[in-house]
Each structure stands twice: as C-alpha cells, then as structure tokens.
Design a protein around this ligand. Structure first.
Ligand SMILES: [Zn+2]
Length: 331
C-alpha cells in the first residue's frame, strides 16, 4: 500500500505546472484524504512519510498561494452587475494577455480576475477580464511576486481598452460651417480698388477634420486668391496668383486648405476671393456655395451669403489685420 501511495505521489509530482491550479488543488486534497484514510486503516507508520510529503505538496500548491487559499476560506464578493458589464464591454471579451502577448484577437471564454488577489476588492480598477488559462496562471502566482505582474497586467488591460475603444468607436459625424467675417482691402493704397473676403471655417462636427479643404463655387469674373504660407502660418493675400484657381466642369472653383487639422469646436480663418470696386458685383447679394472635404469624411456643403462692398467704409484696412497678426501682405 505504501508503494501505491508513493506511486500516487509520483503522479501528483508529474503534473505539469500548466495544469490549472483548480484541478491540481482538488487532486492534492483527494490524495491527502485517501492517505489519511489509509493511514488510519492500515499501518500508520508506513504511511507517515508519504502523508507528510503530500501535506507538503498541499502546502506548496495551495498554502503558498494566498489567493487560492483565500478563495477556499471565504466567498468571493460578488462583482456588481454594472462593473461586470462595463469590463466586458470595454474589453470586448478579449483577454488582454492573449491579445498583447500572443497576438490572439478573438473573443475568449474567461472570468474576471482580481488583480491584487483580494476577492473582496470588487473595484473596477482591480478587475480585468482574463481567459481561463491566464486567470489560472495569474492566480497561481505567489502573492510576493505578484506586484510586478499586477502592474504589467493592468498596463495590458488599459492598452486593450484603448485599442478596443479605437476599433469600435462610433462613426462620428463630420460637419463644418463656412461663414463670412469681413471684407479687407488687398492694398493699402486707395488707388487700387481690390479687396478680399475673410472667411471663418468652424468645425461643428463630433470629430476633428484632417486636411480640411474648402471649395468655393465662384460667379463669373470673381477671382479667388487665398493662399496659405505654412512657414509663416499666415494667410498671404495677393491678387497676383490667379493661376492657382482650379477650374472644374460645372463652374469655377477656388480651393484652399487653411490648416492641416481642425479640431472639434475650433475655428480657423482664411482669406479668399479677389474683388474690385467698380465691378458689376458692387453691393450685390451673392450666395456662394461651398464644399468642405477632409480625409475620411463625406463632403459637407452649404451656402455662404455675402453682400459685396459698395463703399470704402465696407472694408477693413490692412493695418488692422497686420496689427492683429492675421496676415502678411505682398505688395
Ligand atoms: Zn488569455
């Protein structure tokens, strides 16, 4: 019988470490129960050594692991439904260790793990969704060496949340509005009757717009000369760059990309159109249709109404713009 017990012990020792802690624990307990029974029923002395041996195994496997031991000792504190739901949603039922360490990007069967090993601590910060294997592995780490591992797992968990949030982010609405601000003289000298319009582009959508491009549909004989100096980060107003106009099949279009990125709720201003006193548009009400395009967004279009200047007092002098640091002028 002693030989049989030794054989059983041998088998227990052969259990590879990756066998989950739960079955191994149960197995150890069963072995000890059998041993106690055998020791009582047959020869106590012969069985004494294997009994101590198996008790030591029990202590090593279970006692050293306070987490598992405390699971025996007390009931887990139930994790509130709202927290469970929140974690399952944020992780999309992906195990953060499988995801980042093995590149496994699929939904897993798993459980909520208490990272600090305290099953009473049901704070969301202390919980993460792990697959069954990783949960077992995590719980079998002795508490002393858990600190580092805990920080590591938290890091992977937080990275996973960010990744999932990014991946499953809602398609958010892009929207932009173009409005007219004021007319500005293109030249200081009143010998020249040129002026231009200052526009404001506002991001009224739910997400930033990358490379916003504004296209204005121009009436005949209206020129558009906005340009952007990326070095100076100012608008350059000039009437000498008509070749930069774009012509399209259904009318004249002027385009400008005022900024590389327009954040949500932010605005940017730019200069456009090249107008002249004495043209047939003096004082006219014009409705300019526009379109705003950007990376990864459906175009947004609208109409910006203008009443063109009729007299000198309708214009803002250049020196105001320069004083505001809004523009540099080529003369
Ligand atoms: Zn896993």
């Amino acid at each position: 019988m002693a030989r049989f017990n030794l054989f059983v012990l041998f088998l227990v020792r052969l259990l590879p470490p990756q066998v989950g802690t739960q079955p191994r624990r149960l197995y150890c307990r069963a072995v000890i129960l059998v041993k106690c029974h055998l020791a009582g029923a047959f020869s106590w002395r012969i069985d004494l050594i294997p009994l101590i041996d198996s008790a030591l195994i029990f202590v090593r496997y279970i006692g050293a692991n306070e987490t598992s031991f405390s699971q025996f000792a007390m009931n887990r504190k139930a994790v509130p439904d709202a927290i469970q739901a929140s974690i399952l949603l944020k992780s999309r039922r992906r195990c953060c260790l499988c995801f980042w360490l093995s590149g496994e990007d699929d939904v897993k069967k798993g459980q909520l793990a208490h990272l600090d090993g305290d099953n009473q601590n049901a704070a969301e910060e202390n919980l993460t969704f792990l697959c069954l294997d990783h949960h077992d592995e995590y719980d079998s780490i002795p508490r002393l060496s858990k600190g580092l591992r805990e920080r590591e797992v938290k890091q992977w968990r937080d990275e996973l949340y960010k990744e999932m949030e990014y991946r499953f982010r809602k398609q958010r609405r892009h929207a932009a509005e173009l409005s007219f601000m004021r007319f500005v003289r293109s030249y200081d000298s009143k010998e020249y009757g040129y002026y231009c319009a200052q526009f404001r582009l506002t991001n009224v959508g739910e997400v930033e717009i990358r490379s916003p491009t504004v296209s204005l549909n121009l009436p005949t004989n209206m020129m558009a000369e906005p340009s952007w100096d990326p070095k100076l980060r100012t608008a350059v107003v000039s009437t000498a760059q008509q070749s930069s106009d774009l012509f399209e099949a259904y009318g004249r279009i002027a385009t400008v990309t005022p900024v590389p990125l327009l954040l949500r709720d932010h605005t940017t201003t730019f200069f456009g159109l090249s107008l002249h006193f004495g043209s047939r548009y003096d004082g006219a009400n014009v409705e300019l249709s526009y379109r705003v395009d950007g990376e990864g967004m459906a175009p947004v279009s609208g109409i910006v109404p203008l009443q063109l200047a009729q007299q000198e007092s309708d214009l803002v002098a250049l020196r105001y713009l320069e004083a505001e640091g809004l523009a540099r002028f080529e003369r």
